[in-house]
Design a protein around this ligand. Structure first.
Ligand SMILES: [Mg+2]
Length: 353
């Protein structure tokens, strides 16, 4: 549905996109995708960690929606209430009354506030209870879709153990509990690990997170090394063409090509209990953009958390607003369930009469 084409991304907010210093821009060709990068240390941009890490601008159009037409047809057949499309980034979220929905949630920056260290993140207890309720009310059509490994997602969402796509979809656990995992050749993984450890040891405050088939290079606490970290990541992807980069908020990840949140959501939507439902995806970061595109292609509800340009159709201000909306959805689904039970009772009674 979408033609593969050039993509570009630049660090900075949408409002200040035009302020990015063109002298800082550079072109790099990676696996057929042209990336135009403008680092946020341009002279007329604030060089604070919060600006550089929290307000990225992102534009991408290299997306292939394999299988989305079939899934759309199933949704159209089973939809009980249509969702009216609105202009991109509309602030008003649609009511989820009367529909059958499949929920996909990013975690960091969406369900859990971003912390200075990834291991400090948490989902508040009341929100975990709400997630558990949504999982039950949607008959299990709820999945976490994150850059974290699945075992971390399970710990963060406990006691909920929902379907999940970890490491941007490089590992995926379906509703049947079966785990699907992409792996790197052992020699490549060892070579990458050694190169990354050696290089990043020279940059205090940076953090290397190894995920088996992927590596996350964090620089939230050492933004002065952003250029060096990015250079390192690019050099390794150029050396290993089967890998791809995934930039995020003060992090860049090296992962297998073809792995992204959009593909993970599409796969879920072809399986029970997600198939035939209207997808809802909430995320906050660059890595969520392909998820938004996949959900848009399925006529679903895509919600961007925070500022910055996005392909999402709706927007929530922050994590607290996400929590409030989840509670609202839960109450709505409970009300729908009560209404449905009552109407079934009336039908049964009138049938006996
Ligand atoms: Mg996130």
């Amino acid at each position: 549905m979408f033609a593969r084409s050039d993509a570009r991304w630049a660090v900075g907010s949408g409002r200040t996109k035009q302020q990015v210093n063109p002298r800082e821009s550079r072109h790099r060709s990676i696996s057929g995708i042209l990336l135009l990068i403008s680092f946020s240390n341009a002279v007329n941009l604030p060089s604070t960690a919060s600006f550089r890490c929290i307000k990225p601008f992102f534009y991408v159009d290299d997306f292939t929606c394999a299988g989305s037409q079939a899934a759309s047809a199933v949704i159209d057949q089973n939809r009980r209430k249509s969702v009216t499309p609105v202009a991109a980034n509309n602030e008003q979220l649609p009511s989820l009354s009367g529909g059958l929905y499949a929920f996909f949630f990013d975690v960091d920056g969406t369900l859990a506030a971003i912390q200075s260290r990834p291991d400090e993140a948490f989902i508040p207890e009341p929100v975990r209870q709400t997630l558990q309720s949504l999982y039950t009310l949607s008959n299990g059509a709820l999945a976490l879709v994150s850059g974290r490994p699945i075992h971390e997602l399970d710990m963060l969402a406990a006691p909920l153990r929902a379907p999940a796509a970890g490491v941007h979809g490089a590992e995926r656990r379906g509703a049947d509990g079966e785990l699907h995992r992409v792996s790197l050749p052992a020699s490549m993984g060892q070579e990458l690990s050694a190169a990354l450890h050696t290089a990043m040891a020279k940059w205090p405050g940076t953090q290397l997170e190894t995920k088996g088939m992927a590596f996350a290079l964090h620089y939230r606490r050492a933004v002065q090394y952003e250029d060096e970290v990015m250079q390192l990541a690019y050099s390794l992807v150029e050396r290993f063409p089967t890998l791809a980069l995934q930039p995020g908020k003060c992090v860049v990840e090296i992962k297998p090509q073809g792995v992204d949140k959009g593909a993970a959501i599409q796969t879920f939507m072809g399986e029970a209990p997600f198939a035939g439902r209207i997808p809802v995806f909430i995320g906050d970061d660059l890595t969520d953009e392909k998820g938004f595109l996949a959900v848009n292609a399925l006529q679903g509800i895509s919600v961007k958390v925070g500022e910055g340009s996005s392909q999402a159709r709706y927007r929530l201000k922050g994590v607290n607003e996400v929590h409030a909306w989840l509670e609202q959805i839960k109450l709505q689904l409970e009300q729908d369930k009560t209404t449905s039970v009552r109407s079934q009772g009336y039908e049964s009674l009138s049938g006996r009469i």
